[in-house]
Design a protein around this ligand. Structure first.
Ligand code: ADP
Ligand code: MG
Length: 351
């Protein structure tokens, strides 16, 4: 059994017509960093708050380290669950200096031990010299690290972070993704991080839990999530994709679509009549002798690549053109005819 275990967890808020979280089953291993990823309102914060003990599920069981912390009879308060929480707005006490903020959760310790631990965790988050400052004297990224230090101070088994990067601007955000993961690894804690941003999720996670409308859609490593999205929601929410209808060929290895035959990464086990196939734009490569060809309809330059819309001769006016990514060093003009191949590794059948 995982270190954190959620079994059939459902949360129905009073007065609401549908559950915020529905029949959620999830196991998280010790030392893992897992993110809950999904659009706003899909139940990420509610799930995190139920693990922490700030919210009681309507149904279900939550275990941490083989101990039931929540079921229909038991509901341990947050401080008895061995979890440290970092809130979205950091929730630092403005009138306390950084050291005192960090010592706040250590109330039963002797003052010498408290002080020693504060120095230790501030050192861990790279703020050893900031103990006497006040929150408003620190930058957003530094406040974020103080909040993390405060959560880590009582040696929690689990750290929970709600949208830890959302208040930071782009440059700092990238640095903090890196810093937060190295701090969590160094502290050797299990972490659950909530985010609506797939870049955050991909940068920090061992595994990603994709949620929509209170329901888990897929749990995978970042790589598998991108290569093998299970359903249309995941394929479209995580990155960009071309979704085509088709029928599986007799060989169970190809799909007939309106752009032609598309090869799958592996043989399917059984025949299916109607299927949907997701083709990642990264899997489409320009090639002179390419199997597919069409006319360039639009080029969007992103800096990292060119997003090129290609209309194939077999596509009608109402079909969405194929989107392929072309390296920025290649010159592409609207109206040009291009040929491309599709790499099967980035093709997936989706529900
Ligand atoms: P997320 O963090 O993914 O944006 P939340 O977990 O905050 O989503 O919310 C999930 C759903 O539950 C939303 O529809 C939200 O409006 C609802 N919700 C959240 N908190 C409460 C509450 N205290 N009372 C009633 N409804 C709530
Ligand atoms: Mg939220």
């Amino acid at each position: 059994m995982g270190f954190i275990h959620l079994e059939q967890v459902t949360k129905m808020f009073n007065g609401s017509s549908r559950p915020a979280v529905e029949n959620l089953n999830l196991e998280i291993e010790k030392g893992e960093i897992v993110t809950l990823l999904g659009p706003s309102g899909c139940g990420k914060t509610t799930t995190l708050r139920m693990i922490a003990g700030f919210e009681q599920p309507t149904e279900g069981i939550i275990r941490i380290d083989n101990r039931i912390v929540q079921d229909s009879r038991i509901s341990l308060p947050p401080e008895k669950r061995g979890v440290g929480m970092v809130f979205q707005d950091y929730a630092l006490f403005p009138h306390l200096n950084i050291e005192k903020n960090v010592m706040f959760g250590l109330n039963k310790w002797s003052s010498r031990k408290k002080k020693q631990r504060a120095i230790e965790v501030l050192d861990l988050v790279g703020l050893a010299d900031y103990g006497k400052r006040y929150p408003h004297e620190l930058s957003g990224g530094q406040q974020q690290r103080v909040a993390l230090a405060r959560a880590l101070a009582p040696y929690p088994d689990v750290v929970l972070m709600d949208e830890p990067f959302s208040n930071l601007d782009a440059g700092l955000r990238e640095k903090m993704r890196y810093d937060v993961t190295s701090i969590l690894r160094k502290a050797n804690t299990t972490a659950v991080i909530v985010t609506h941003d797939q870049k955050d999720a991909f940068a920090v996670s061992d595994r990603i839990v994709v949620m929509n409308e209170g329901v888990i859609q897929q749990v995978s490593t970042p790589k598998d999530l991108y290569r093998c999205p299970k359903n249309c929601f995941v394929a479209q929410f995580v990155g960009k994709t071309n979704l085509l209808d088709g029928t599986l060929c007799q060989d169970l290895k190809h799909v007939n679509t309106h752009i032609g035959r598309v090869c799958l990464p592996e043989r399917m086990e059984k025949h299916l009549d109607h299927v949907k196939v997701s083709i990642r734009p990264e899997g489409c490569r320009l090639a002179e002798e390419g199997r597919y060809f069409g006319t360039v309809e639009r080029v969007i330059y992103s800096g990292e690549y060119q997003e090129v819309s290609v209309r194939l001769p077999s596509q009608s006016e109402t079909d969405v053109p194929m989107v392929i990514y072309v390296p920025i060093e290649q010159d592409i003009q609207v109206g040009q005819t291009v040929a491309f191949d599709i790499s099967p590794e980035l093709v997936a059948l989706v529900e």
